[in-house]
Design a binder for this molecule. Structure first.
Ligand SMILES: [Zn+2]
Length: 47
């Protein structure tokens, strides 16, 4: 996002991981593409 390391900041109502940048107070979720890859990896690990 802004180039700073992001910290986990709870989850949204949909259970999506929310991230916050402590340096500039920016809060956001991960980009859609990375979320999809993470989920595919989870499925691979747990099946
Ligand atoms: Zn930042």
């Amino acid at each position: 996002m802004c180039g700073h390391p992001m910290k986990k900041n709870g989850r949204t109502g949909k259970g999506v991981q929310r991230w916050e940048c402590p340096a500039c107070r920016l809060s956001s979720t991960m980009p859609q593409r990375e979320r999809k890859q993470a989920r595919a990896l989870e499925v691979f690990v747990f099946t």
